[in-house]
Write a protein that binds this ligand. Structure first.
Ligand code: NAD
Length: 241
């Protein structure tokens, strides 16, 4: 694959790598992305996915929200792929300082990554909207209809940033700090279409590498663009020499 040697060279020369990724990082784990031809946005529902996974829709129609959410956004059997594993290894050998992800699937942590900024939250955290009691994802998976709090009967909401909601400011600040100190930013598996997340890459003072199946609006800004599957590409990298 073109660019692999150059990628390895950049990684060998860097000591503060940050990875910034999106849904494409998990497609090789069997979780569909949003915008590829076979992605979530191209499947048919009564409402478009952007409508269903919005704050207003959750508040006005939680039952329909949860029907879609359980069917299309929870992938309990998904396992980390070679990309998640290599990023965890790069952190372990002291070369990677943080993963910044738009994903909500928790696969980076499952692979062993420790510093993970989840810009859009996680399906693994769920809270009662009324009293704040927290619930694991199993609570959502193992119930039907609208999941309610054992203590107060409030509606449980996933800690996932829905359309119309703000990103967590602490997570955002942590991600900006990590990126602004990076000597190499590896971006992968993201269409770079969702803001403000996509805007974060402008904070990088170092080199930028883009690994994606399709072109992105930032290809011109990158020092190296590799077209391919991120699991295959990162899987071929040597973390330590
Ligand atoms: P996106 O769907 O807009 O774009 C995915 C990009 O990844 C596309 O450009 C596609 O060509 C590329 N891609 C797909 N598989 C790839 C692979 N194996 N290797 C390399 N490139 C690959 O995703 P986005 O930019 O992350 O934005 C969508 C939003 O959807 C995010 O906010 C995210 O929170 C959410 N989302 C999350 C998950 C998840 O948690 N796994 C899944 C779907 C959507």
């Amino acid at each position: 694959m073109d660019g692999l040697e150059q990628l390895q060279k950049y990684i060998d020369e860097s000591g503060k790598i940050v990875f910034f990724g999106g849904a494409g990082v998990s497609t090789e784990s069997g979780i569909p992305d949003f915008r590829s031809v076979d992605g979530l946005y191209h499947q048919t529902y009564d409402y478009p996915p952007e409508t269903i996974i919005s704050h207003d829709f959750f508040m006005s129609n939680p039952e329909e929200f949860y029907r879609f959410y359980r069917q299309k956004m929870l992938f309990r059997d998904a396992k980390p792929n070679a990309a998640h594993k290599k990023l965890a290894e790069l952190e372990q050998v002291g070369k990677l300082t943080a993963v910044v992800t738009q994903n909500i699937d928790g696969l980076h942590q499952m692979a062993g990554s420790r510093r993970v900024y989840e810009l859009h939250g996680s399906v693994h955290r769920n809270y009662c909207q009324k009293c704040g009691k927290s619930y694991p994802v199993e609570r959502i998976v193992n119930t039907e209809g609208i999941p309610r709090c054992d203590d107060c009967g409030g509606i449980i909401k996933p800690d996932v940033v829905l359309y119309g909601e703000c990103l967590d400011s602490e997570v955002m600040e942590g991600a900006i700090k990590a990126i602004s100190q990076a000597d190499l930013l590896i971006i992968g598996g993201t269409s770079l279409a969702v803001y403000p997340a996509a805007g974060l890459i402008r904070y990088c003072p170092g080199k930028i590498i883009l690994i994606n199946r399709e072109p992105t609006p930032m290809d011109g800004r990158a020092d190296l663009v590799i077209k391919g599957n991120i699991g295959e590409v990162l899987g071929a990298v040597q973390a330590a020499q």
